[in-house]
Design a protein around this ligand. Structure first.
Ligand SMILES: CSCC[C@H](NC=O)C(=O)N[C@@H](C)C(=O)O
Length: 696
């Protein structure tokens, strides 16, 4: 082909590639799986699938694992499915429909984003594995099925109730003061283990079905939690933390958060301390997924997760005596821990693998409790795998897998043959875009010397100078990855970032300090949030990283984020409008001082006044006079993670200062856009506002 013709072809092909296009709704339309569980006695799995707001239960079974939908909820009504579990014979599933279980408060209160005439309730349902009509059992939450498949114990109005799986008759099992949770039947089914929160302290109790009596295990003035039965049902292991309110300590100093592991004899009710965490900052109880991840494993081993060596790792010790043994080791985090059916090994997610970039991915790991022999499996070169469960035939491990192009889907690995089956790929909409960019790992230094990981999304080609958008995640204990995310909130923001890249933006997603996956000191740094907001250093450094890229127009850099990311978006626009030209603040936090309001006469911490000043200076409210960039505020008014008042009050100040802003109020929806139509509306408003001001 002659040179001019070749040049013309390449220019046209480049323009074609750059012009590839899909809508925000198309990239949002992926099905999202949650609540993966397996039966105890047959190689059956079940999960909840959210298909454009229609949430249903799917099942699959060895050896083919062909997906089958067994419920038929057909409205985008915001009613989530949680708590999926099989009866012990694997023939029936029980599940919860309704509520907002990702909330910080009122998680088991009905939610109504579709404005149904009557407020939807939180309800417990059953459905046959073989399919057929799902049946409502009762109003309630946190169900646990008895081993004889006859009875479901559950929580209603913070108390314990039961319902018959046969005739649906139900009643309150017993009544005690406080808020009850953590239900589990004893191995032989004659006792029900629970925890009860009484605000200043919490207790572990056992209800004896036979004589209808309540027994407390080692009652104290502490906060006891996470109870687990021994396999023989004679003992219970639990976590003990201090109760009550301490003497006011310096607010701006970090300190150890103590915790212990106790074992109680159910016959006598007497407990003994089995282990005390090292009294170091790293020895504090982990706040990563599952906390202590306490399990009673085989050979009378207790297993737990601790941050004590600087990374969230698994440990084991004999239930009665002897030292604890570290099972997983290395500069990586263990997350989403699950015990095998024979209680001899654990499976988990880990940001660890054969490639150095795996620190910004997840892969499935297995560790033998007796020998500590560990292996890490990876699917495909740049794949992401998370949230594993072991099937009864323990060669099958089920989990969720994704890639930079494909969203999360249920997957089963046969560990004997290493055959991997991705399930339900047919549920991806036919017009779901597959030509997505592969995010690139970048690492830059914060002004105080931290290595900050980030992902850059950029489509090849296009003009010499492109606009850019910085995405700031929430949590903040989160980690954005080099592919579709295992969490629904961040799977959605990954979709937004892909759309923005396709529209011609250079997108950077910054993993600022306070995030997980990079060790204890990165996850728990000093002087952050209302104690100094030093995590903002990483956000500003990310903006400056973008501005320094040769292909970025430094005058056209936007920022967006939700929740904690909304807080940092507001802080960026307030403090650095000359760097961030526009922003979208989604259910952000803006006022940080009220947590330090104390009535006169109350004991105050020695650094109380300094802490109050620090909290004010850490909040966007302190910098409204320098907030010049356009902003879009978005908040749902049934938000149960960040009070909607955080946005209504900031908007009131904007109005009184006659500062320009745009807003989108989503009535009756929460922090997680339970109604798909609202999710699409928020996504579209976000990208339209950024495009309007940055002109890609
Ligand atoms: C500390 S402000 C609350 C932020 C909020 N955290 C939990 O509710 C948040 O960021 N929520 C989402 C986005 C998340 O947990 O990732």
């Amino acid at each position: 082909m002659k040179k001019p013709l070749l040049t013309l072809f390449l220019v046209l092909y480049g323009a074609f590639l750059f012009a590839q296009s899909f809508t925000m709704e198309q990239i949002t339309s992926y099905p999202f799986p949650t609540e993966l569980t397996s039966a105890a006695s047959s190689n059956r799995i079940a999960w909840a699938m959210n298909e454009k707001g229609l949430r249903n239960i799917y099942v699959a079974e060895a050896p083919e694992f062909i997906p089958r939908k067994i419920t038929s909820f057909s409205k985008d009504d915001g009613q989530e499915i949680t708590g999926i579990q099989f009866t012990s014979d694997g023939n029936t599933l029980v599940f919860v429909r309704g509520g907002e279980h990702g909330s910080n408060w009122d998680y088991n209160v009905g939610i109504n984003p579709s404005q149904e005439r009557l407020m939807p309730k939180v309800e417990i349902w059953k459905v046959a594995f073989s399919g057929g009509k799902a049946e409502l059992l009762t109003e309630g939450d946190e169900p646990i099925i008895s081993q004889d498949n006859q009875t479901v114990a559950f929580i209603k109005n913070r108390q314990v109730w039961t319902v018959s799986l046969q005739d649906k008759s139900s009643g309150q099992l017993f009544e005690i003061k406080g808020s009850v949770g953590n239900l589990s039947w004893s191995p032989e089914g004659t006792q029900l283990l629970f925890s009860v929160n009484r605000s200043t302290h919490s207790l572990i109790g056992v209800y004896h079905i036979g004589n209808q009596s309540v027994q407390y295990l080692s009652p104290s003035f502490s906060r006891d939690s996470s109870p687990k039965w021994s396999p023989d049902g004679n003992y219970v292991v639990f976590v003990r933390r201090p109760g009550g309110k301490p003497e006011p300590m310096p607010i701006l100093e970090q300190r150890h958060s103590p915790w212990e592991i106790w074992v109680a004899d159910v016959k006598t009710g007497v407990g003994k301390r089995r282990w005390k965490a090292p009294e170091t900052l790293r020895g504090s109880i982990s706040t990563t997924h599952g906390g202590a991840n306490l399990h009673w494993a085989g050979d009378n081993n207790l297993v737990y997760l601790s941050y004590e060596d600087g990374w969230p790792h698994l440990y084991a010790m004999h239930a009665e005596t002897g030292p604890s043994r570290q099972l997983t080791k290395g500069d990586f985090m263990v997350e989403h821990v699950s015990l095998s059916k024979d209680k001899k090994f654990l499976v988990f997610s880990a940001n660890h693998g054969p490639n150095k970039e795996d620190i910004d991915r997840r892969h499935i790991g297995k560790v033998d409790i007796q020998t500590a022999a560990m292996e890490i499996w990876t699917n495909v070169q740049d794949g992401i795998e998370a949230i594993p469960v072991v099937l009864p035939d323990q060669k099958f491990i089920a989990y969720f897998s994704a890639s930079p192009q494909r969203p999360m889907l249920p997957t089963v690995r046969n560990t004997a043959t290493n055959e991997v089956s991705v399930i339900a790929q047919n549920l991806l909409p036919v017009d779901f875009p597959i030509q997505l960019v592969t995010p690139k790992q970048v690492i830059f230094k914060s002004p105080d010397g931290l290595n900050i990981h980030a992902q850059v999304f950029e489509k090849e080609g296009g003009p010499d100078k492109k606009p850019a958008v910085l995405f700031v995640h929430g949590g903040p204990q989160r980690q954005m990855l080099l592919g579709w995310h295992y969490g629904d909130y961040y799977s959605n923001t990954y979709a937004i970032n892909q759309y923005l890249a396709e529209q011609g933006f250079v997108v950077l997603s910054v993993n600022f300090r306070l995030g997980i996956g990079y060790g204890y000191e990165f996850h728990k740094p000093a002087r952050t949030y209302w104690q100094g907001a030093e995590e903002y250093l990483d956000v500003k450094a990310a903006g400056e990283y973008l501005a320094a890229l040769p292909q970025v127009d430094p005058k056209r850099i936007g920022i967006y984020g939700g929740s904690y990311g909304g807080y940092l978006t507001a802080l960026a626009l307030a403090r650095d409008s000359e760097l961030f030209a526009v922003g979208v603040d989604i259910h952000g936090v803006h006022e940080l001082s009220s947590r330090l309001e104390m009535p006169d006469g109350y004991e105050k911490a020695p650094d109380f006044e300094k802490a109050q000043r620090t909290a004010y200076l850490s909040s966007p409210l302190a910098y409204l006079d320098t907030w010049k960039s356009p902003v879009l505020f978005i908040h749902g008014d049934d938000d149960r993670n960040v009070q909607v008042s955080q946005t209504t009050d900031l908007i009131r100040r904007f109005e009184e200062k006659k500062m320009p802003f745009e807003y989108l109020m989503i009535p009756d929806d929460s922090h997680h856009w339970m109604k798909y139509a609202n999710l699409v509306k928020v996504n579209q408003a976000t990208v339209d506002f950024l495009k309007k001001h940055l002109q890609p």
